[in-house]
Design a protein around this ligand. Structure first.
Ligand SMILES: Nc1ncnc2c1ncn2[C@@H]1O[C@H](COP(=O)(O)OP(=O)(O)O)[C@@H](O)[C@H]1O
Ligand code: SF4
Ligand SMILES: [Mg+2]
Length: 434
């Protein structure tokens, strides 16, 4: 039976060939960090964190699109940028006729009704001093959509019924502290749907809930989507729920989408080496963390100084010449090696190279000066020893030249390229292997 909520749902679907609800083009959200040490080191005005860095995709009407990636990969920033909650520094978010980032706050306001967000922590999302009737009905008042309390109550009752907070009369006068986590998230969902949105961005909506209610909340979200014709962006680090919940999945790494495609394809035939590593990480032992396995080096790089070329190359087991090798890759490799040496051997090797700091500047070439009392031949021999000890290390493919020259050792790497998203079978992937 159609209800008021149904009637509010815009019927903007043209029913034509173009089923995109949003078109995101080369979206960038860069944050300036003033006065950082790295910024001073490179003489720049300050560091820039590229939280979202050139993201392009279409969000299809009525789909569930998953944004999956490790912490810090830019999922939340991208989700917020889609809703106009953060101002991008570049690119477009096309919603119907409009490019959202180009609208003033005033002109953006009517769109906010259509674009809603659900956050991870329902306790933080609800004002503890508002009862559920006031909290869920609050958006109606902000947008001046109800004339009086009776009207508001009608709409709130309907929304609470939708999210399964029944008997509704019992919940109206309750406060958030009276509710369980799952009930609170239901109330948050009621508040999100009360304005008749088209798009819901759900940022880890179940990760703070008890295991026992997680599946129920996702099932509720699927019911709401079906009944209210919603489109979802589902942000998660949890691949198991993404597999169950999403129609398509976008894998994010350092502000980029590195692979996007139908959920089934992503799980049955992952293409990007990062996607493969993530899939091997299921089931994750520590909820809240997504720890990819089988990567040569575990750490996610600093988003303020991302690797050259393919930003995944320092961790990629399949990296080769054109992936963007650089001097910064050499230092962790040497340090990793030194961890395995005894003290005397470590002292000898460490003293062979003069100053390691020249390795911290992103570049394709570096000159390694010998330490006191050592010559370039010693440095060259040390690098060769490291290579022989671990010939499978992908970095060695990137070394174009290693040569003693003018009292130092010149190391040149192959110039890398930044891979862009390209179609590969049923998915799109950003990797030079495809
Ligand atoms: N307001 C901000 N100012 C500066 N840096 C930010 C801000 N918000 C996010 N970042 C940085 O942007 C990157 C992406 O963050 P985020 O979007 O929260 O990733 P995720 O949700 O995948 O964990 C991180 O390096 C984070 O530190
Ligand atoms: S381009 Fe592909 S192979 Fe090269 S480092 Fe990136 S993910 Fe690995
Ligand atoms: Mg996040």
């Amino acid at each position: 039976m159609p209800t008021k909520l149904d009637a509010q749902v815009p019927s903007s679907a043209p029913g034509g060939a173009d089923d995109a609800l949003m078109k995101v083009r080369d979206l960038q959200v860069h944050y300036a960090l003033r006065g950082s040490s790295m910024g001073r080191l490179f003489g720049a005005g300050g560091d820039v964190v590229k939280a979202v860095d050139g993201v392009t995709f279409d969000l299809r009407r009525r789909e569930v699109l998953g944004l999956v990636g490790e912490s810090g990969s830019g999922k939340t920033t991208l989700g917020r940028a889609l809703l106009g909650l953060v101002r991008p520094t570049g690119g477009e978010v096309r919603y119907g006729e409009h490019d959202l980032p180009s609208l003033s706050e005033r002109r953006l306001r009517p769109f906010r009704r259509k674009l809603q967000m659900v956050f991870q922590d329902p306790s933080a999302a609800l004002n503890p001093s508002m009862d559920i009737e006031a909290a869920v009905g609050h958006p109606l008042q902000i947008h001046k959509l109800v004339a009086n309390r009776t009207e508001r109550r009608e709409r709130v009752v309907e929304a609470l019924e939708r999210v399964g907070l029944a008997p509704v009369e019992r919940f109206l006068s309750k406060y958030p502290s009276d509710l369980s986590g799952g009930q609170k998230q239901r109330a948050v969902l009621a508040r999100a749907i009360i304005l008749g949105p088209e798009l819901l961005v759900a940022d880890e909506p179940i990760s703070m809930l008890d295991m026992s209610v997680r599946a129920k909340i996702l099932e509720l979200m699927l019911d709401l989507k079906r009944d209210l014709d919603l489109t979802y962006v589902y942000i998660t680090h949890d691949l198991a729920t993404a597999k169950f919940f999403c129609d398509r999945v976008a894998i994010m790494y350092l502000g980029r989408i590195v692979e996007i495609g139908p959920t089934e394809e992503i799980f049955s035939d992952p293409k990007h080496p990062y996607t493969k590593a993530l899939l091997r990480a299921i089931p994750e032992p520590d909820p809240g963390a997504l720890v990819p396995r089988d990567l040569p080096r575990g750490e996610i790089p600093d988003a303020a100084a991302p690797p050259l070329g393919c930003s995944f190359h320092p961790r990629c087991p399949a990296a080769f010449e054109k992936c963007g090798w650089e001097t910064r890759d050499l230092r962790p490799l040497l340090e990793q090696r030194w961890l395995g040496l005894d003290e005397d051997a470590y002292d000898a090797e460490r003293a062979t190279i003069g100053n390691l700091d020249s390795l911290d500047v992103p570049a394709h070439q570096v000159r390694l000066s010998p330490g006191r009392g050592r010559g370039p031949g010693d440095v060259e021999a040390l690098v060769q020893r490291a290579r022989e000890a671990d010939p499978q290390e992908p970095l060695w493919k990137g070394v174009k030249r290693l040569e003693a020259q003018d009292g130092a050792v010149a190391v040149d790497f192959h110039e890398g390229e930044d891979p862009r998203l390209r179609p590969a079978g049923a998915v799109e992937v950003a990797c030079h292997l495809y």
